[in-house]
Design a protein around this ligand. Structure first.
Ligand SMILES: Nc1nc2c(c(=O)[nH]1)N[C@H]1C(S)=C(S)[C@@H](COP(=O)(O)O)O[C@H]1N2
Ligand SMILES: [Mo]
Length: 215
């Protein structure tokens, strides 16, 4: 059964997400809570520590020339900023239109650290301690994939994965890792949290080939 995930709200958790929580993982607790502007708040763990922007670091390592720990200040005021207004869509059937996003385009971050030729994919982790996902290197080089520090016109809130989350505009929401902590360049794509539980590894929206377990 579902936990209330410590996201600062009370309510009844029902529906499709409840199916997901029955995934064969004892540690998996899925939260679904009504959120801002049509968003829901999702977490697979019962609570996530808070990291203040001043204490935040994004680790980028693995098959890169210059492994780095990138501060929030670098992400917001040193590295080039990318802005876009795009929809956000979860496989569970909800969608939020025209969301404003800002941050650093992932290709700009990759150039900052220098990708080695052996790198073929990114392993992306959350400081929630449980959630991971992958992108191929070519997916990660798209300019509509950003390390987001702002969402809905304001700094990314804790419940939405702040201070820093990923936003993969052309793919379903599960590719947009919240509470982003580490990007490791690796030699092959690895299935992420939901992909081990039946989601497509490539989460392209609208290609009509998606299916996932439990629903
Ligand atoms: N760390 C983490 N990232 C995550 C998830 C999660 O449970 N944990 N859920 C994913 C899914 S399925 C969706 S639809 C979006 C939801 O983002 P939101 O909680 O800001 O609405 O986050 C994605 N990133
Ligand atoms: Mo989702």
């Amino acid at each position: 059964m579902l936990g209330m995930v410590g996201l600062g709200a009370v309510g009844i958790v029902v529906g499709a997400r409840a199916q997901k929580s029955i995934a064969p993982v004892s540690s998996g607790i899925s939260g679904i809570l009504p959120g801002v502007g049509g968003f829901r708040y999702y977490s697979v763990v019962s609570s996530v520590k808070r990291i203040a922007p001043a204490d935040y670091e994004l680790e980028i390592d693995g098959l890169v020339k210059r492994p780095a720990k990138i501060s929030y200040a670098e992400l917001t005021s040193v590295l080039p900023q990318t802005h876009m207004v795009r929809n956000f869509q979860c496989v569970d059937g909800w969608r939020v239109e025209n969301v404003a996003w800002s941050g650093v385009a992932l290709p700009d971050l990759l150039d900052h650290v220098g990708v080695l030729p052996a790198a073929k994919a990114l392993r992306i982790s959350s400081f929630d301690g449980a959630y991971t996902d992958s992108l191929t290197l070519s997916q990660a080089r798209r300019r509509d994939v950003i390390v987001a520090t702002s969402m809905l016109g304001a700094p990314v809130t804790h419940d939405h994965g702040g201070p820093v989350r990923l936003y993969v505009a052309p793919m379903y929401g599960y590719k947009s890792v919240k509470w982003l902590s580490r990007i490791e360049l690796v030699s092959a794509v690895e299935a992420g949290y939901w992909e081990k539980r039946g989601y497509e590894i490539d989460g392209w929206i609208g290609t009509g080939v998606h299916h996932h377990g439990g629903i």
